[in-house]
Design a protein. Structure first.
Length: 218
C-alpha cells in the first residue's frame, strides 16, 4: 500500500542536494525541478481532503474538482417562440442536471428563474449549448445566445427552413471560450422570429436534443 509522507518545515530553509524547501515553497537550486513517479503509482496533488490533480504513470491527467456542468431539457416546451419571444432555458421548464462538479450550476425553476452557471473563480471557460426546434416555418429566423454578466455571445441569425426535416425539425449548437470573473453568471437563450408563437423546443431523456454545458479550462 502506498504511503503518504510529509515534511513540515516552518522555521528554516531545508536543503537536500539540489532541492530547497522554504516554508511552503519547494524549488530547485540547479536545473529543472522534476517530479517523477515510480512508474506504477500516480502523482497526486491533494488539498488535505480530496485529490485535486491525478496524473497516471502514462501521463493521463485529470482534475477531479475542476468546475464542470452538463444539463438537458427532458420535457418539451410547446409553442415557446416564433414571434421573437426570447426563451431563457430553465425559466419556462427546469432543466435536468446530468453533472455539476463544484455545485456552481442551477437548473432553473420553470416559473421565471433560468438555469444559471456562476463562475467560482476568475478564469477562462468553455461554454456551449445545443437546441432542437420543432415546427419551424419558412419565415422564421433562428438565433442562439450565451449570456454572461459582462457580454453576450450570439450565434449567426439565419432562416433554417431550407434544411429542416420531418415536422419542421432543425438542430443547432453554439459554443464560446470566454473570460469570466468570479461570481459572473451565465445563462443560455434562443429566439425564433418572423412568424407566430408556434415553434416548440424539443426534449429527449436519452438523445439530449436540447442541452447546455461548460467547464473551467484555464
Amino acid at each position: 500500500m502506498a504511503k503518504n509522507n510529509a515534511i513540515n518545515n516552518t522555521s528554516s530553509i531545508l536543503t537536500v542536494d539540489n532541492l530547497q524547501l522554504d516554508s511552503n515553497t519547494l524549488s530547485s537550486t540547479s536545473g529543472t525541478l522534476i517530479v517523477q513517479s515510480d512508474g506504477t503509482n500516480p502523482i497526486q496533488l491533494n488539498n488535505g481532503t480530496s485529490t485535486t490533480l491525478n496524473m497516471s504513470d502514462a501521463g493521463e491527467m485529470t482534475l477531479p474538482l475542476q468546475p464542470y456542468f452538463f444539463a438537458s431539457l427532458d420535457t418539451i416546451i410547446t409553442n415557446a417562440t416564433g414571434d421573437a419571444t426570447n426563451v431563457i432555458l430553465g425559466a419556462t421548464q427546469a432543466l435536468v442536471e446530468i453533472s455539476d462538479i463544484g455545485g456552481d450550476f442551477t437548473v432553473g425553476d420553470g416559473v421565471g428563474t433560468p438555469a444559471t452557471f456562476t463562475a467560482p473563480v476568475t478564469g477562462i471557460y468553455s461554454l456551449g449549448m445545443e437546441v432542437r426546434i420543432i415546427n419551424i416555418g419558412s419565415q422564421n429566423l433562428f438565433q442562439l445566445i450565451i449570456n454572461t454578466t459582462s457580454f453576450n455571445m450570439r450565434s449567426f441569425e439565419l432562416n433554417p427552413s431550407p434544411i429542416k426535416w420531418g415536422s419542421g425539425l432543425v438542430s443547432f449548437s453554439h459554443s464560446a471560450i470566454v473570460p469570466l470573473t468570479a461570481a459572473d453568471t451565465v445563462t443560455f437563450s434562443l429566439n425564433v422570429g418572423g412568424s407566430t408563437k408556434t415553434v416548440s423546443i424539443a426534449e429527449s431523456t436519452f438523445n439530449k436534443y436540447t442541452a447546455v454545458w461548460g467547464c473551467l479550462i484555464a
